[in-house]
Design a protein around this ligand. Structure first.
Ligand code: FDA
Length: 303
């Protein structure tokens, strides 16, 4: 890691919010739903589809969780009204998981039922390891009532993921596979980049072999190459999997994949609760601050 990257990481906790906001602009569509709609429309012209995320997490009162459900209903209405090639992603702690698992279940169900009635899929994001069991349990409860309407996320970083992938492959679950952004202790998670890559490949093979629809969520070209090899070997049709990338990360790779005819879904977060999401992205990749500075002097940000 360069001295610049270390400096950015070390100073993040004391960096003024407006400055974090400036550097993180490329990761967030904007504060308003209209910003997300405009971003998805722009991505559609590039040949991408999207998943829209209302920023928010770790809510501590029931009203905030209910407000998040209402926000998602509005997003779903906007997807229908604007014929957007999009579904939605939500976070269990935004739906009240830290308050009460039953409340969280009811809130996620309220989003899924509304989405399902409109033919729209709901992805349940995966947060840090204390939430993994509850998230998978809620997913299983909901999928029993709304087959095909929802999917979950596995994080290659976690040692448990191989077993979770095997269990989910056996029900041909719709799974987004990613490395995992939350730093976890070594007893439950891999720490080395190469081991995490290897764990990603093992889990991906299990899921694809088992017939799961996988959202291959990575910007790591080594993994993209491995995934393409597997897709080719299995002879998968183009609608049997998809690649997924975050808004603002490597638009060039995005274009390469869509140009080759692969489905590419971009994660489009928006809303006023942009701060924790942005800090995670900056901590993960401090070089983005350098990109941000360059963009500032060039006068534009490429999303
Ligand atoms: P890696 O971090 O090695 O990045 C590969 C390359 O991509 C880097 O060299 C760099 O060029 C570029 N890059 C990566 N991150 C960047 C950044 N922030 N800014 C600029 N460039 C960057 N995690 C989780 O725990 N739960 C979840 O539900 C999700 N959901 C999710 C959805 C989607 C669509 C994606 C793409 C990712 C997630 N993640 C996630 C995040 C994921 O776990 C992981 O932290 C990031 O995708 C980065 O890992 P990569 O596989 O891209 O590799």
């Amino acid at each position: 890691m360069s001295l610049f990257d270390s400096l950015i990481r070390a100073t993040l906790p004391i960096t003024p919010r407006p400055m974090v906001g400036f550097f993180a602009r490329r990761y967030v569509a904007g504060a308003r739903l209209e910003d997300a709609v405009a971003t998805v429309q722009r991505l559609e012209k590039e040949g991408c589809c999207a998943t829209i995320d209302v920023l928010g997490e770790a809510v501590s009162d029931r009203e905030q969780a209910s407000a998040a459900v209402r926000d998602y209903h509005q997003v779903l209405d906007a997807i229908v009204a604007n014929h957007l090639p999009a579904h939605v992603s939500l976070k269990p702690t935004q739906m009240g998981l830290n308050i009460d698992a039953a409340l969280c279940h009811r809130n996620i169900e309220a989003v899924i039922a509304y989405a399902h009635a409109r033919g729209i899929f709901v992805r349940i994001d995966m947060e840090d390891s204390p939430t993994t069991d509850a998230t998978l349990r809620i997913y299983r409860e909901l999928i029993a009532h709304y087959p095909g309407a929802t999917g979950v996320v596995l994080q290659a970083r976690l040692r448990r993921t191989y077993a979770d992938a095997r269990a989910l492959a056996s029900i041909r679950a719709n799974v987004r596979l990613c490395k995992g952004i939350y730093l976890e202790p070594r007893d439950i998670a891999y720490e080395e980049r190469e081991i995490i890559r290897s764990a990603f490949v093992h889990a991906l093979r299990l899921l694809l072999d088992g017939g799961s629809y996988v959202g291959i969520a990575t910007h790591d070209e080594w993994l993209v190459c491995e995934a393409l090899g597997m897709i080719h070997r299995l002879g998968l049709a183009k609608d049997a999997y998809e690649f997924q990338m975050l808004l603002g990360v490597d638009p060039k790779l995005r274009g390469i994949l869509t140009g080759a005819g692969h489905r590419l879904r971009v994660y489009v977060p928006f809303g006023s609760h942009w701060y924790p999401y942005s800090v995670r992205r900056l901590r993960e990749n401090p070089t983005i601050a350098r990109v941000g500075l360059q963009a500032f002097f060039r006068g534009r940000i490429e999303k």
